[in-house]
Design a protein around this ligand. Structure first.
Ligand code: SF4
Length: 501
């Protein structure tokens, strides 16, 4: 029976699904697609794990002890299943892709195991497990030739993730991604454009293009494309005010991509380009395929075109055989480049990777000490950069209430700096809006701001939508929305009707 036929049978009885997601934005985006697929067979999302009809664990294999974490979660879920017979458990993502059938040896109460290449099959697998009352395990070794377009239920209604390329063709000696995610496969520009147009129609303001190696986009398409082409064409969707992309490989970043960011109004001046280490010998052992000097030239290429661009990176500390002098080369590079921020991690051996079996592994104590030291330098450098924002107005997209303090709203600058500011509940009207904010102070990880001086009477919201809103707050008379002009060189601008706000 086809999914659509089964959909008709199951639609009437709405069931609930709880999804727990480990790992990166790609995984979070996959979870949104799982929710979209399951919606088609009558499941709606719940935050109430204990009363869910179906619990899904979307796993990540990147972090240390990833498997242990998965099985410890599943152990807790087993108790829920025992207390509530009929509850189903499904496990997907990178750990499931790797474990396959073996997962049932350790967790025989799991109903469905699926991998990273057959997410589109989830409804069929759930229904098959229900029909047979037997566990169902299905792992594809590769993505299908024709990438399936899957429905999506988005968990954020301001900013959306759009996957544009899957997998990775590199083979870094510490990384499990090529093993569990396979080779690079780009989505067609047409399907990406359709998805972005849909987002624009739904009122989204920001789109982040995702991929394990997003800068490699399009090399496998016929005719070949690059990320710059995609940015330029998506830049014509006027309603999308901010375009970002994550995560790239320094080798695949080229002048054409940087020029596209520079010339496309909506493309944010923000580059996350993981260097991983500041020493050439270690980079060689990591099989990264570039030298520190090559990376410097990439940074120069960005800054010569976009001087105010923020550049962030990832750094691994304590790679097997890393000497203290080599570690200090990473520290010096952070100071020299002046990274806006760096994600730092101690090397941890991953099964199925080359470096896991190498000698010269550093002790946990050494790695921890080095990460701690590096973090202080990263923080110092970030603070110096963030202080440059203080005393000026910056455009932010307001995302919602701060996780840390309900009295504050938070948003991000185009350069991806978090800005928190005090705002009474009536200012929730700003959520989803682009506003100019006064930045008043900085720490390494975020900025503090304040709504522009109420005595001035009005302040600008550069939402690109013409309308006026009066707030009840006595100290701010009027919020003035002004038409923002998109200066992209779009020959044929794409008009999107506003359907939200
Ligand atoms: S480029 Fe990134 S995803 Fe690909 S193998 Fe290297 S670290 Fe892993």
């Amino acid at each position: 029976m086809s999914i659509s036929a089964l959909t008709d049978l199951t639609r009437a009885a709405t069931k609930s699904v709880y999804v727990e997601t480990f790992g990166c934005q790609m995984n979070k985006s996959d979870s949104e697609h799982m929710l979209g697929l399951l919606d088609e067979i009558g499941y709606s999302q719940t935050a109430d794990m204990k009363n869910a009809d179906l619990m899904i664990l979307n796993t990540c294999a990147i972090r240390e002890n990833a498997e242990d974490k998965v099985y410890s979660y599943l152990g807790a879920w087993r108790k829920i299943k025992v207390a509530r017979p009929g509850t189903m458990i499904a496990v997907g993502g990178c750990v499931a892709q790797d474990a396959g059938l073996d997962m049932l040896k350790r967790a025989p109460y799991v109903d469905v195991v699926f991998g990273t290449h057959n997410l589109h099959r989830l409804p069929d697998l759930i229904l098959a497990a229900q029909r047979s009352a037997q566990p169902v395990v299905e792992i594809y070794q590769e993505l299908p030739d024709d990438l399936p377009e899957t429905p999506v239920v988005r968990l954020n209604d301001i900013s959306a993730w759009v996957s544009i390329i899957y997998g990775c063709d590199y083979n870094c000696t510490y990384c499990i991604v090529p093993y569990v995610r396979g080779r690079e496969k780009s989505r067609s520009p047409q399907s990406i454009m359709e998805e972005v147009l849909d987002l624009a129609r739904s009122g989204y303001k920001e789109v982040t293009l995702l991929g394990q190696n997003v800068t490699a986009y399009g090399h496998d398409l016929e005719p070949k494309l690059h990320l710059g082409h995609l940015i330029e064409s998506l830049g014509k969707v006027e309603a999308i005010k901010r375009l970002r992309f994550l995560t790239g490989h320094p080798r695949d970043l080229n002048d054409a991509i940087i020029d596209a960011v520079k010339n496309t109004e909506s493309a944010c001046e923000y580059f996350h380009i993981p260097i991983q280490h500041g020493d050439d010998r270690i980079l060689r052992r990591m099989a990264r395929g570039y030298t520190v000097d090559f990376y410097r030239r990439q940074v120069d290429a960005i800054r010569s075109r976009i001087p105010d661009a923020a550049i962030t990176t990832d750094l691994i500390v304590g790679f097997p055989g890393e000497t203290e002098a080599e570690f200090l080369n990473t520290v010096r590079l952070v100071e020299e480049i002046g990274f806006d921020l760096a994600n730092t991690a101690a090397f941890s051996p991953r099964q199925h990777t080359h470096a896991a079996n190498w000698g010269e592994q550093l002790s946990d104590h050494e790695k921890t000490e080095r990460v701690r030291y590096l973090n202080t330098v990263v923080g110092d450098v970030a603070l110096k950069i963030n202080k440059r924002y203080v005393g000026a107005k910056h455009e932010i997209l307001v995302e919602g209430r701060s996780d840390r303090s309900a009295s504050r709203l938070m948003g991000r600058t185009r350069t991806n700096k978090i800005v928190n500011f005090e705002a009474a509940p009536e200012y929730d009207k700003l959520i989803g809006q682009l506003i100019e904010i006064d930045v008043t102070s900085a720490n390494p990880w975020a900025l503090r701001g304040s709504l522009p001086d109420a005595l001035g009477g009005s302040w600008q919201i550069s939402s690109g939508l013409e309308s006026f809103v009066s707030l009840s707050a006595p100290d701010v008379a009027t919020l003035k929305y002004s038409q923002a002009c998109c200066s992209s060189e779009a020959a044929i601008p794409v008009s999107i009707e506003k359907s939200r706000d």
